[in-house]
Structures are given as C-alpha cells and as structure tokens.
Write a protein that binds this ligand. Sequence first.
Ligand code: MTE
Ligand code: MO
Length: 438
Amino acid sequence: MQTIVVEGQKYDNFSMMEINKEETGDNPIQKSSTFTRRKLLLGGAATAAVVLVKSSFGKMVQTAVPENIYIPADPTKIPGPPSGTLGTRSPFENPLKKSSATSSRTPLQDLYGTITPADLHYERNHAGVPAIDPNKYELLIHGMVEKPLVFTLADLKRFPAFSRICFLECSGNFRTGKEEMTPQEICGLTSQSEWTGVLLSTLFKEVGIKPKASWFLAEGSDAAVMTRSIPLKKGLEEGMIVYAQNGEAIRPEQGYPARLFLPGWEGNTSVKWIRRIELSDQPFMTREETSKYTETIKDGKVRQFSFDMDARSIITYPAYPVQVQKGWIEIRGIAWSGRGKIVKVEISTDAGKSWLPARLQGPILDKAHTYFRHLWEWRGGETELLSRAIDETGYTQPTMGQLINARGNDMGGYHLNPITAWRIKRDGTVLFKPENKS
Ligand SMILES: Nc1nc2c(c(=O)[nH]1)N[C@H]1C(S)=C(S)[C@@H](COP(=O)(O)O)O[C@H]1N2
Ligand SMILES: [Mo]
C-alpha cells in the first residue's frame, strides 16, 4: 500500500489489487504493493482483467466461456483462423441494445469511451427503419429560396465535407421506477458518433435564401414522414446533412443514406432519411410541435420549441447490476451538455453531503459526451454515489427535487436530466435510487 498522485490528486493507502483476507475470506490472488501510477496507466488494465476474473472482483468482465467456442489450451502453439473481410467482436463480449418496437437503448455500462460503436447506437423510429436506395435518394430544398434544387447523394458528397464528434439524445431519455435498473435502462437513449457530411450553410448558399426566411421544415422519408420546424439560425450555425457515422456510411437505423444533424438539440429535430427542406418565415406547427414534444412548466403553462438538451451525467460504473468489493474503485461515467462544453463533473460518495471534482478525459468537445473518472476507496459502509455535470454556461445538473421546483409536479416526460444516485449496500450490491417524478 502506498500513496499515489493521479493528475494532482493524492490517494493514500493505495492498492488496486490488495484484497483483504479477513474481510473476503478469499485467498488473495495478487498483492501488488509496487503498483505505481505508471503501471496503473500502462499495464494495469490487462493485469486487472485477469485478476478480476479470478477474484470475481465486481462483475467487470465476463467469466463464462461461451459454448461452442474452441479455445486451444495454448494459443501460441496453434495458428488461429486467417484474417477476414469483416471484423467481429470477441465472443466473450456481448454488449447489446435493449430494444422495444419503437426504440432501442445503448448499453452505456458496457462502454469505456465516448464513441458509440455504430451497431450500438440508440434508435428511435416512429415508423420503423425504411429501406432507401442510395441511387434514388433525393433531397429537395425549396420554399423561400432563390433557386429550388434537388440534391442526389452524389451531389451531397461533392460539396466540401465536414466532420464533428457529437452526442445525440432523445428528449424522452429518462426512465425511473425500480431499483434494478441499469444505466442503459435509465438513460440509454443517448449515443455519440463522429458525423460527416455537408454543412447546411453550404447547401443554403447554393439555393440562395430569401431575406425573410427564418425557419425551415425538415421532412423525413419514413412512413412517419417525420417533420420538424427548425429556426434557420441553428441550421446556418451548426446544421449538417450527414451521410457518414464513425467513418463509414451512416447506418440505416441512423438515417441512411442521409439525415439532418443538429448538435446539442433534442434528437427528434435531427430528422432521419431527410428528403425535403422547406424555408419559411414562420414555424410549421407539425404534429411533433403541438401535442407531443412540449413540456408542461409551472402554472399550467407549456414550453414549446425547447430544443437544447440540458447538461447531464451518469455514473456507468459502478452501477446496477455490478457488485463491488471493499477497496479502491474507479468511479466512471459520461457527462454532456447541448449548450457547449462540459467544464466540470463533481462526484459525491456520501449521498450528496460533499462533492469532489472528477478527472475529465480530454479532448473535451463542444456538445459531446465527456468521460469522467474518480478514484474512491470504499470501506464497506452503506452510501450513495452521485455525479453532477456543469457546462460552460455555468448550468449545473439539477436534482429531481430542483426539477420539480422549477417545472412543477406535472412536468411530463421530456427534458428530464436529474442527478442519478446509485446506492451501495453493505454487501456491495449497487442499486439505482429511483426518484419519483411526482
Ligand atoms: N424521419 C425520422 N426522423 C427521426 C425519427 C423518426 O422516427 N423518423 N426519430 C427522431 C427521434 S425522436 C430521435 S430521438 C432521433 C433518434 O436518432 P437515432 O435513431 O439515430 O438514434 O431521430 C429523430 N429523427
Ligand atoms: Mo426522440
């Protein structure tokens, strides 16, 4: 056991591998009193993985060998299969989206970084995933423009391209109700990709926007014919028509062959399978702008066109259904804000009595998931772990109580970003602390 300093913070009594014999009754598998910071950063992960399996230290890695998988006793003796045309995940890793008919959720607890593998990106489909022939794809831009134009996919790809790493989040991304809920179940309707496409401002220059235009309609070509009114200002500043995701063609579920992407705004405005943009001097008042995508605020008032996603964070480890053991635990998670960069994430390991800054993994990007980490020594007492995000506008993620105070009891299911608390029980069980909406 020794003292280590990680990015300016000092930790006494530090050893990740020391397992207390009296407490666990186990045979300590490894005692690493020389566990230096360098080892922690460079060699720690691999060593830890092995030990974690053997000591069942939490449920961080799968231990069971899947059936029907041939594993030679010594892989250095027998050549493996040849290289293939498509990579695969290790059969020992099986992260899955959790899906219903209309949406599927990213397994946030299975990820170690901020880019969501494309096949694990969340989905929200109002009328399924349409099959669109990229050779027949067309995007019409018309309305208050000098010269209405139709762009094929090839046309879109000829324009100067632009890439940006951003999160996408559904405004309905909050679930509560029971203690046995994973990060995926609570808020898995957010994912992050590197999006590539053409800036809307480039296309708008091509068609020539009339001076009076101030809004545009975005229309999708799925059976829902999803339509949203978007302020022209947002489109000109940050809007993109994206055709690629993490370097490859965008997936059908994400809008193949092209979608609108509006960084930081509620996912619903990023219309997938986009086929038409109509410029106007007023909003169009579509279905999603009346009954559905509005929130009740205080005194019977309703909030409409609440586009920005508020700052939020969630601890993804340790989280249900993990069981932890006494000793050092690296608390990990993601934080994000639709209004800019995350400047700080604070962690409480004493149910909100005191807060400490977590380490943020750079680069910290505008309107992007930001990974945070915080070392904590759990001595075995019952407690609650919380995280709260603070963005560059100074906004601090609220508690459910603060949300109710600000918006009233009857605030509906959209734009809910309360602090998530995980209860650590004496036996190391981690449970979600469900907060009642009203
Ligand atoms: N055409 C179309 N666009 C759409 C939708 C849809 O059903 N049809 N769903 C919206 C909603 S509610 C969200 S949250 C995001 C989800 O994007 P994703 O499925 O790529 O994660 O797309 C939005 N764009
Ligand atoms: Mo959504």
